[in-house]
Design a protein around this ligand. Structure first.
Ligand code: ADP
Length: 365
């Protein structure tokens, strides 16, 4: 059995797979703030809840947000790989340290257990330089300041599922929206990422639950001058986005609130999703299909319809009834663009990728 570990800053999601069968999953929240003291304690607690005997676990696979320029494929965690993930922590100070805590906790609990890492940046390694380079002085680019893109495990899973759903005919030019607490869009040409709305960090791009999305860098300079770097980091990661505009980072709460501020937050979210989506269509040279995934993308027909309506000039038309019912295929008969909802499946993607590395290792050994 394979243990999939998705460590966030204050939570750990665990899933146990036997082959490709999901046997159990759980989530432990509030690490360090009233719940378990650290990721190790949270892991032990989660495993108790899962009721899977540790002796049956053959390996662990971790979601790692940032793999930097070097880690572009799911791999076995060696001391070198761990050092590289730690080096990337300076690029992703809020995202990589929890993954490191998670993998170190597993190593402490079961020192002999093989561990694997799957990276959210990896799927975007196929982006051309013109899409990833910032027009900054060479010395800064050489330090790794570039666009990486995130949510890659989710997008990789979507490509796999689209092939299953449509019987192998993958759309040539796919605009994929991952709309959850974090939100991004990705341009996927013939199954490969060519551009992403997220950049150097998962802060860029769409309006999100608590992140503002794209900002003029002068805004950041102003905020840092006024509040300092630490408070600005906090503000941009935790106190912006829908929460700042509408009073809640939860889309369901915004719909329920019905205040002008909540309505504006919803409009802002949809407008910028469509604006970034259309920019990605320029990278694709057109549009054949749209997919929606994530808590909002999969469940919220109002948001989907606002975004698609703004992309109507590209030939996208929803079937109102299918959209309201949350069907899988959402395009109207007249739509020139196929529109689908695809459930997010990052844990299974991690399990699949780690499983395939494990089989390769067995073949070599
Ligand atoms: P994360 O990025 O943390 O994994 P999720 O993908 O779970 O987040 O998405 C969380 C968002 O999805 C929240 O804004 C939540 O309100 C929204 N959401 C979840 N279920 C629904 C629903 N049925 N209708 C509308 N929004 C929903």
């Amino acid at each position: 059995m394979l243990l999939v570990v998705n460590s966030g800053s204050s939570s750990v999601k665990l899933a146990v797979f036997d082959g490709m069968t999901l046997c159990a999953q759980t989530q432990v929240d509030r690490i360090g703030s009233g719940g378990p003291a650290d990721h190790g304690t949270a892991l032990t607690l989660g495993l108790e809840r899962l009721a899977v005997p540790a002796a049956r676990l053959q390996a662990a696979a971790h979601r790692v947000v940032h793999g930097g320029a070097a880690l572009t494929q799911t791999c076995r965690i060696t001391p070198e790989v761990e050092a590289e993930i730690a080096a990337c922590a300076s690029l992703a100070p809020l995202h990589n340290p929890p993954a490191l805590s998670g993998l170190r906790a597993v190593a402490r609990l079961w020192p002999a257990m093989p561990q694997y890492a799957a990276f959210d940046t990896a799927f975007h390694a196929t982006n051309p330089d013109v899409a990833t380079a910032y027009a900054l002085p060479l010395a800064e680019r050489d330090r790794g300041l570039r666009r990486y893109g995130f949510h890659g495990l989710s997008y990789d899973a979507i490509v796999r599922k689209m092939q299953e759903m449509t019987g192998n005919a993958l759309p040539k030019r796919l605009l994929s929206f991952h709309l959850g607490n974090g939100a991004s869009a990705c341009a996927i040409a013939e199954g490969r990422s060519v551009a992403s709305s997220m950049g150097f960090s998962p802060l860029d791009g769409l309006t999100m639950g608590t992140r503002p999305g794209s900002l003029d860098p002068a805004v950041v300079l102003d905020l840092v001058a006024r509040h300092g770097a630490e408070q600005t980091t906090q503000m941009l990661n935790r106190a912006s986005g829908l929460a700042a505009l509408g009073g809640s980072n939860d889309m369901r709460a915004l719909h329920a609130a019905g205040t002008p501020e909540a309505a504006f937050a919803i409009d802002h979210f949809c407008y910028w999703a469509a604006r970034h989506g259309a920019s990605l269509c320029a990278a694709l040279g057109g549009l054949d299909a749209i997919t929606f995934t994530g808590g909002i993308g999969e469940n919220d027909g109002i948001i989907r319809s606002k975004i698609v309506n703004q992309l109507a000039f590209l030939g996208a038309v929803l079937d109102g009834e299918a959209n309201a019912q949350g069907a899988t295929a959402l395009h109207a008969a007249t739509s020139r663009v196929a529109i689908w909802t695809v459930p997010a499946d990052e844990e299974r993607q991690i399990a699949m990728e780690a499983g395939s590395v494990m089989r390769q290792e067995e073949g070599l050994g």
